[in-house]
Design a protein around this ligand. Structure first.
Ligand SMILES: Cc1cc2nc3c(=O)[nH]c(=O)nc-3n(C[C@H](O)[C@H](O)[C@H](O)COP(=O)(O)OP(=O)(O)OC[C@H]3O[C@@H](n4cnc5c(N)ncnc54)[C@H](O)[C@@H]3O)c2cc1C
Length: 385
């Protein structure tokens, strides 16, 4: 068996690590020219689902490094109103970790051979195998093609053209605030241990959460995985200002063409009149780190017959970030598919993986959409788009 994985995001790399542990040959093809090329967000919240998947797919020392570079969080989200009065605390269960997204990717990329600059265009499948074609005119043949190619997945568009991804009605402007002795004073002590959201009556939202390292990153790597040089080691607060699209008043094309410093000004304008403490947080953002993120969601579809093509992560169940679950679910998919392929013939393995994934994946899409509707004004799932 040889597995072609399209996309070196969290889900594709989780699968690649799991297959490597199971001794199943695979190759990852990524359209970006390098792992560092694009801003993909800063902090990830990882819960039991993601942590369990990482434990399953990574060598034990790499998993220990992941745990050693992740900050511990209290199991709740605090919601304030725009006058900074605590409205409610949403309780969660189990492991709650805050980690720098690029650190997880670097750990997942270790010992992987990713072919960069390979933009998948289409595939051809027959009884003997599947051939993936790339924009540079090359192609590769394998036994199974896995679309781990994110929310706009070209693999999904060819394989399940009826599976829609739609606008959620929300746009977020993401930023980060470097944590220095001076900026630490802007936050209450509890804000270093939880995800905090300030939400106004029109559902405009400021969210922030820390990435702080329990021990110096270089010491953790030297102790656990000496051959891996982790790039990031400075603590920060990841911050987002989110609003309904009509409140923001800019199209995706306009937002994409807006300079980071102007996006920060736009974010600041959205919280005009809010409590000074809320405004000061956005004022201290690193302007150059700001980027726009339109929020899209998949619409759940019925199961389909298994074949030599399958999907994982955002490629099949993209969701709003309102449950902090997209990355966790993508990591779970990678671990689940690797484990299925290690234990059964190809089509049986794909069938078992898809039966479970369609169930838990779309359950989280629904939960995320409901949280997004309740707290952030996301379009209801049935009428989204
Ligand atoms: C700002 C932000 C914050 C988030 N925070 C959290 C969080 O705290 N917790 C959580 O669980 N989730 C979070 N999410 C969601 C999470 O990031 C996604 O669910 C997760 O990244 C999905 O992983 P994936 O591997 O499926 O897709 P991706 O990470 O999107 O990876 C897809 C990969 O495929 C590549 N690709 C695309 N098209 C092609 C092509 N044609 N050919 C080759 N390669 C291609 C892309 O370049 C990319 O590298 C957040 C999302 C955002 C945007």
């Amino acid at each position: 068996m040889s597995v072609i994985i399209i996309g070196a995001g969290l889900g594709g790399l989780s699968l690649a690590q799991g297959l490597r542990r199971a001794g199943i040959p695979c190759q990852v093809y990524e359209r970006d020219e390098s792992a560092e090329m694009r801003k993909q967000g800063y902090r990830l919240h990882i819960d039991d689902v993601g942590d369990t998947a990482l434990r399953e797919v990574l060598p034990p020392n790499s998993h220990e490094l992941f745990r050693a570079t992740a900050g511990r969080a209290l199991p709740r989200t605090n919601i304030y109103d725009e006058r900074m009065r605590l409205v409610t605390a949403l309780e969660a269960d189990g492991v709650q970790l805050n980690i720098n997204r690029f650190t997880v990717r670097q750990i997942l990329l270790r010992d992987q051979e990713v072919r960069y600059g390979k933009r998948f265009t289409h595939y051809e499948a027959d009884d003997g195998g599947v051939t993936a074609h790339f924009a540079d005119g090359t192609s590769v043949r394998g036994s199974l093609l896995v679309g781990a190619d994110g929310v706009n997945s070209p693999v999904r568009q060819q394989y399940l053209p009826h599976a829609q991804v739609v606008d959620s009605g929300l746009v977020q402007l993401y930023g980060r605030l470097p944590l220095t002795p001076a900026t630490r004073k802007l936050f209450d002590p509890e804000m270093f241990a939880v995800f905090s959201m300030i939400i106004a009556p029109d559902r405009t939202m400021v969210g922030f959460a820390p990435v702080d390292y329990p021990e110096p990153v270089a010491d953790a790597s030297a102790r656990l995985v000496p051959d891996l040089r982790l790039r990031d080691h400075e603590p920060y607060m990841t911050c987002a200002v989110g609003a309904r699209r009509e409140t923001l008043g800019r199209s995706d094309v306009e937002l994409a063409a807006t300079a980071p410093a102007d996006l920060k000004k736009l974010a600041f304008g959205l919280i005009d009149g809010w409590h000074p403490r809320a405004r000061v947080l956005v004022e201290h953002w690193d302007a150059e780190a700001t980027f726009p993120q339109p929020i899209r969601t998949s619409i759940p579809v019925e199961p389909w017959p298994p074949s030599r093509v399958t999907l994982l992560g955002d490629a099949i169940h993209a969701m709003s970030p309102a449950a902090g679950a997209g990355a966790n679910t993508a990591l779970r998919d990678g671990a689940a598919l690797a484990s299925a392929l290690a234990g059964a013939p190809l089509l049986e393995a794909v069938a078992a993986y898809e039966a479970a994934m369609v169930d838990y994946g779309f359950a989280v899409v629904r939960e995320s959409a409901e949280n997004g509707r309740r707290y952030l004004g996301q379009n209801p799932l049935t009428t989204a788009g």
